[in-house]
Ligand binder design. Structure first.
Ligand SMILES: [Ca+2]
Length: 570
């Protein structure tokens, strides 16, 4: 047996020689011991046996193998024990509403020895069935099917409140970081009582706000998690939400006005965005060695594509084959990143990429600002809440980037932590605790994500590299997903299993050099209608760890085997 596998961070303290260099930039870190399988020993008795301070178990049920309804679909699950409950139920002294951290756990009879915290997205507020979705598009094996014990949570508030849960200061903190902090020890205790031992290895994963939860856990709960999987992380979520309002104000400048209201969707038609995407491809597609509808070298594209220069100006009416001068200015502003009137950045830039033709891109850019972001900023992120203002589009268009945006950094006697304190990971580029324990982190991000910018994630990763002597790849890797919209969709190979790659890295020391992703074209189990018709429906591509990009090396253009992950050319 490899003696290194018996080492943990704890034993390193007494085995200094064996752990020399541990934690230094590029130095070795402890190899965590692989999880061992186990069997569920108790289910219905867990109510008494797994008693935990602050936790109330409302239902404990043995579930036979079969389909579990999840939204409008159903997902296969192995036989498991379902535990539902809530923690820290209370009545708010601020808004009088009842709050609790609702959760469910699904504990498979055949257990792989691991715990998976399923971090959900959006505003949370719903205990989505704890099937353990692993990210990316289409059907993939769930963590529950793989044998993980899985928890899911509403992050401390009921969805019926919408964003108004932000009126309660504690509910803000629960949403930001405290639900994960409270649920994690409760879940590990439940696992210990159910299987006769606690989890050998623990993982947390999610996309969007779930990716943010995972990134926050990497910083705040580094001792509790051995593997972190963060997809399209909104780790600067309050800034991204304000940037959405900035976008609405920009689109309104070129939108048609209907019944006195700008129709944001009309600012750029689907044909116009598809046309811009084609112009991006004309400049950037072949930079990676193959014109295949995928811009792998997004960074190089930033210097190659210029919307002012490379998109023809309309000489007559808008016909989908041009943009007006005003449209170009608006698009350039939005992609350059939200700013205040002094030019001070509020949020990062977005890369131009082929996926800006996607329907999900349109949904987030043009529909979300009044329906999602206005409420999130006004009720959850602003201190004090801007609860007395008109909501929706009026809020988005009336939001002052100079006077109002600083509210996401503000505190007062009722709201003692600002949104920029409780939402992002504190000191996001300092992951020394995670690194020194031997834990690992995988981040992925669609480069055509319209709401959380992959430029922002790349900037975080570059800061992380800087904090680790220029190379963080020994414990954290970032995989851009070309063309992918917010967490899935777009003209992309958006189906992949990074959880298995993460487990191999954490438990076997096999660092992911590349992760194979597949398209979901016609005839595949869950079709992505935005896979271009000239692609093989099951095209594969390697996703490469940043700053490497997938470069074509010859052979079948539809196969990942024809590509290598290489450092991009300067
Ligand atoms: Ca290409």
């Amino acid at each position: 047996m490899d003696v290194r596998k018996s080492l943990s961070a704890g034993t390193c303290a007494t085995l200094l020689a064996a752990c020399a260099g541990m934690g230094g930039p590029g130095g070795s870190t402890p190899q965590l011991v692989a999880a061992k399988p186990g069997m569920l020993q108790v289910c219905s008795d867990l109510v008494e046996k797994a008693a935990f301070p602050g936790a109330l178990y409302t239902q404990v049920t043995a579930v036979p193998a079969g389909k579990v309804p999840v939204g409008n679909a159903s997902v296969d699950a192995p036989a498991h024990c379902l535990v539902q409950g809530r923690m820290h139920e209370r009545v708010s002294a601020v808004d009088g509403n009842r709050y609790a951290i609702g959760f469910e756990m699904r504990l498979p009879v055949d257990w792989n020895g691991r715990f998976f915290y399923q971090a959900n997205g959006g505003l949370d507020g719903v205990v989505i069935p704890a099937m353990g979705g692993i990210g990316g598009g289409g059907p993939a094996r769930t963590a529950l099917q793989m044998g993980f014990a899985v928890i899911s949570s509403d992050a401390g508030h009921a969805g019926s409140l919408g964003p108004r849960f932000g009126i309660d200061p504690q509910a803000r903190l629960d949403y930001g970081y405290n639900a994960v902090a409270q649920l994690t020890p409760m879940a590990k205790n439940l696992i210990a009582k159910a299987y006769g031992r606690g989890p050998d290895r623990s993982y947390i994963g999610g996309c969007s706000n779930g990716g943010r939860h995972a990134m926050v856990a990497a910083a705040r709960s580094a001792r509790d998690y051995d593997g972190v999987l963060a997809g399209d992380p909104g780790y600067n979520l309050p800034r991204a939400a304000v940037a959405q309002l900035y976008g609405a104000q920009q689109y309104a400048k070129v939108a048609n006005v209907t019944a006195g209201q700008p129709d944001l969707q009309s600012a750029f038609t689907p044909a116009e965005m598809n046309f811009v995407a084609q112009r991006v491809l004309a400049r950037c597609d072949a930079l990676d060695g193959l014109a295949d509808g995928i811009v792998s070298d997004v960074k190089a594209c930033k210097t190659q594509f210029d919307v002012e220069r490379d998109v023809p100006a309309c000489t007559g009416a808008r016909d989908g084959q041009c943009l007006t001068s005003a449209q170009k200015t608006v698009l350039a502003n939005v992609f350059a990143g939200a700013r205040n009137s002094a030019g001070k950045p509020i949020y990062n830039s977005f890369p131009f990429d082929a996926g800006i033709s996607g329907s999900n891109w349109r949904e987030w850019k043009f529909v979300s600002p009044p329906t999602r972001d206005a409420g999130a900023v006004g009720f959850i992120f602003a201190t004090p809440p801007m609860a007395d203002r008109p909501g929706g589009l009026a809020f988005a268009l009336g939001f002052d980037m100079d006077k109002d945006a600083p509210a996401i950094e503000a505190t007062d006697p009722v709201y003692r932590e600002s949104a920029m304190s409780f939402m992002p990971p504190p000191d996001a580029s300092n992951l020394s605790t995670l690194r020194n324990r031997g834990a690992k982190m995988i981040v992925y991000h669609g480069t055509s994500d319209p709401v959380f910018s992959s430029d922002d994630t790349a900037a975080w990763y570059e800061r992380l590299q800087g904090a680790n002597g220029g190379d963080a790849s020994s414990f954290a890797r970032y995989f851009p997903v070309p063309g992918m919209n917010h967490c899935a969709g777009g003209p992309a190979t958006d189906q992949f299993d990074m959880l298995t790659a993460l487990v191999s890295w954490v438990e076997q020391g096999q660092a992911p050099e590349r992760v194979t992703a597949s398209a979901r074209g016609p005839g595949t189990p869950a079709v992505n209608t935005e896979v271009p018709a000239d692609w093989s429906p099951s095209r594969t591509r390697p996703l490469c760890p940043y700053p490497q990009v997938a470069v074509y090396t010859g052979g079948d253009a539809e196969s990942a085997a024809s590509f290598a992950c290489r450092a991009r050319t300067p």
